[in-house]
Design a protein around this ligand. Sequence first.
Ligand code: ATP
Ligand code: IP8
Length: 273
Amino acid sequence: MRWNQRKEGLSDSRPLVIIKLGGSAITIKDSYFALRKEVISGISDEIRDFFPERRMIIVHGGGSFGHPVAALYSLQNGKDSNAPSMALSDVEDAMMRLNRSIIEALRAVKLPAFPVQTAAVSRAKEGRLEAVNSAFFSELLSWGLLPVCYGSLVFDNTMGYSIVSGDNISVALALKLKASSIIFVSDVDGIYDSDPKVHPGAKLIRVYHALGSSLKEDRVPSGKDVTGGIANKIRSVVPALSAGIEVRIVNGLKRGQLSSALKGEDVGTKVVI
Ligand code: ATP
Ligand code: IP8
């Protein structure tokens, strides 16, 4: 398998996988600006084992970087928040710092990670992602690169700006670029019948029906999570499921779970329609 299909003029039939690195896995979400460095480097090792046989796009969440800054100024409310322009700069700076840490870990294992500033390639309307420049991601992939973007402040046609979750960016890219699967990497094994951090006896649901009964979510969204918790994640993947894209949630704190999902093994929770 060649890294650079474009240079060789070859068509590319390698499956595309979108990996959403949840803020709960790559940062300590109850804290401020706290990275899980070992988790990030473990995940990078796992990704390296599948590259370049799989084409991949990494999207990461805000965790303890983007969310507290956005919450401080209520940036999710757009121009109604009356936030100073410095706040817009602060949230992007927080996300770029987190992005930098991920890029460094991926490059450390010789992966050609390429940062993409989400706000520069997307647009929102009424607080929802309206457009993302998927052609730009396609071009990066065609040069054998590993694009890494993130949930972000996005300029919004009606609200001025809003905060778009990495979950929605993952789904939009998966749909436009016809990905085979989206893997959500979290800090729990998958979807449970209630929040496993609140209820130690909670049971893991191996196959979760996204349009079935509503998810029991006790702990989130907390005041600091401006894009909503796991219930919102489930809602956002419905269009991907309808398009036949596989969706799985795995635990990034457990070494090997991401690899199993990339191999197509039955790990974590498979979300179905
Ligand atoms: P970010 O938005 O920062 O990227 P994330 O994508 O990692 O975060 P969260 O929105 O934090 O995801 O959702 C994961 C969290 O949801 C877990 O840490 C878990 O404690 C919580 N949770 C609440 N209810 C449930 C449930 N029923 N099943 C699984 N997790 C749940
Ligand atoms: O953590 C939100 O993205 P998410 C990003 O994927 C910011 O929901 C800036 C809070």
